[in-house]
Design a binder for this molecule. Structure first.
Ligand code: PMP
Length: 291
């Protein structure tokens, strides 16, 4: 566990890493964040995550008070200082402190902090044997409300879905959009495989443009397997040959049932297993050295 947190320009002890109760990130969930893994002292897809963070900030008109390069160096420093070879790093930008009331223009100093730690989203056996999931009643936010493309501090939509999954006795929830099409899971993108082709919902269905998704698309292409964006319903997941989820924290995790319907033969499928393996190899071999 890292002993220091990077906060507004430098490293501070964890115990002293605090932001104000008047920060609008705390008061209103007004801010953006990223989750990034590092493997064997290399940060995976660092530039892609930084670009997405800046895009999220741009959409909510939040000026990040450091440059992309400064943020990159701060992330590498925080990882280095953590003493971990493998871990998860979380940059967060909040709107900053201001008076009560939503007005973001009254907040003058956005806060930036970076935590390096470890994360395990699902039990290890789910990676070997596959994971059951359920569809939950909470729908994914519509793009015209809080656009799911924004990785904002406003994760209550997904937290409600996660609670519903837990109440149903599983670890992850399938979220549909307002039209009933599959969007994504609470912290992961979803994929099905049918007749050797991989399908995933397009971003406009209510999915975050996943960086692990892009990696999996490249790995699949290298295996001669096509990945196609397509709208589909949960009935198409029940009848798929294979299903899996991707995310930075989740990595690639096989799904073996949805709402009690067994997918394929109820074991992680052949293409999924290959992707799990190739992803692990690729992630360990590529990335920005933490120095
Ligand atoms: N969807 C949601 C809602 C997420 O929060 C995340 C990751 N945190 C993902 C999908 C997966 O994105 P990535 O592969 O870039 O981590």
């Amino acid at each position: 566990m890292g002993k220091k947190v990077w906060l507004n320009g430098g490293l501070v002890d964890r115990e002293n890493a605090a932001i104000s109760v008047f920060d609008h990130g705390v008061l209103y969930g007004d801010g953006v964040f990223e989750g990034i893994r590092f493997y064997e002292r290399k940060v995976f897809k660092l530039d892609e995550h930084i670009d997405r963070l800046f895009n999220s900030a741009k959409i909510i008109m939040l000026d990040i008070p450091v440059s992309k390069e400064e943020l990159k160096q701060a992330i590498l420093l925080t990882c280095r200082e953590s003493g971990l070879d493998n871990g998860y790093v979380r940059p967060v930008v909040t709107r900053g402190t201001g008076p009560l009331g939503l007005a973001p223009w009254k907040c003058s100093n956005p806060s930036v902090f970076i935590i390096a730690d470890t994360i395990q989203l699902y039990p290890a056996e789910h990676y070997r044997n596959g994971m059951p999931i359920v569809t939950v009643p909470t729908r994914r936010n519509i793009s015209e409300a809080v656009n799911p493309m924004i990785k904002s501090l406003n994760y209550l939509n997904n937290i409600l879905a996660k609670i519903e999954a837990k109440t149903a006795g599983v670890e992850e929830a399938l979220m549909l959009n307002q039209e009933g099409y599959v969007a994504e899971c609470t912290g992961d993108n979803i994929f099905i495989i049918r007749k050797g082709v991989i399908y995933t919902p397009p971003v406009y269905a209510g999915a975050l443009p996943g960086i692990t998704m892009s990696t999996v698309a490249e790995l699949a292409a290298g295996m001669g397997v096509n990945l196609i964006d397509k709208l589909f319903t949960r009935a198409e997941i029940y009848t798929a040959d294979e299903c899996f989820l991707t995310g930075t924290a989740a990595e690639v995790v096989p799904v073996i049932s949805l709402d009690g319907r067994v997918i394929g033969d109820g074991k992680p499928g052949a293409i999924t297993r290959k992707l799990v393996e190739r992803f692990q190899e690729y992630a360990r071999a590529n990335g920005t050295p933490i120095g």
